[in-house]
Design a protein around this ligand. Sequence first.
Ligand code: UDP
Length: 394
Amino acid sequence: MNHLINAFPSRSVAVVLGTRPELVKLAELIRTLGPAARVLHTGQHYDDDLSGSFLNELGLPAPEYLTGVGGRPRALQVANALAGLDERFAAEPPLAVVVQGDTNAALAGALAANARDLPLVHVEAGLRSHDRAMPEEHNRVLIDRLADVLCAATPDNRELLLAEGVPAERIAVTGNTVVEAVQDHLPPPEERAGLLALGGLVPDGYVLATVHRPENTDAPAALTAVLEELAALARELPVVLPLHPRTRARIEAAGLLPLLDGLTVLPPAGYGTFLALARHAALIVSDSGGVQEETTVLGRPLLVVRRSTERPEALADFADLVAPGPGIGAAARRRLAEGASGLRRLGALPSPYGDGTASHRIAALIAELAAGRSTATPATRPAAAPSRVPAHAA
Ligand code: UDP
């Protein structure tokens, strides 16, 4: 596969991204593509904590930045990114365009590929929350309709696509690239112990929380409910909250800063730091998409603070879905009561998201596509039986 990739002209595979989770999940693929990758960053996430310093930490090359996207309403984010990408694709047409997930950046990348008749690869295809109130649900459905190669993370994602009428030959089950992201970036045990000690934290003795989704941050009632539940938990054990910039802004605007008093509030954590904190948390409370997958690799329990999820695989053992409100505290205490034996049980389970080879499988599909012999068929077999990753055993 590498010899195929190495044969590509440099900058011939456009990788369009714009947010923190896309950087995390595309990092290994970009590294595998090497000089063939042309990374285009729409600027959807423009805070250094969510973007610039993340690029450095993940060892990614400097991307080309588009302008006029960050902080704009959704329609303008998509429209302005689309215009910027179209200009670039017209001047220097890539052999293929890669997008990941369900962001506005990914939708703009998909539309730009379609407008210039460029083959489109969708990483993490086939996720569905069936929740039409989520802009991401519309984004992922639209991207899957346009994609030529749909990289489904799990066999269930493939089934969802087939049920929607996507032809089987377009779908490959690759596993989720988050598995190798965790394997690559989880700091070694002694470094993790140092990080925890620095924060006065004891392994298995604290809760890690993240909140950033609009349904939890934009309605003051929901935001108050989530913060009150975290504040109540913090009376029992430390609650660490790396605070997303949009959440901080909403908390300040709603006058809710006093609810943070009992919490250990941090700026958004670097990826390695966040993984180290997650690896040793007694419980994670989060509305993040990527964190739902990461907990299955790290073997930790999670409360998903949302009304729906597009990642039911995590619910089987690792996660509980809880609406913002008093249910959070009750579900947290149930999980915490499982104690060391509960953590051991999860630690022994394999991740449903694959074995850490997704990025290499996807690079092979891109190589076939760009070499003009595209077919997803050879890789449509489900990923090999998932195995527990070394990260977890560490
Ligand atoms: N993350 C991080 N630092 C933090 C919080 C999250 O590195 O302080 C990582 C997390 O491990 C995951 C990604 O950011 O890989 C998730 O991003 P986010 O929650 O913004 O997006 P979502 O996954 O919900 O689309």
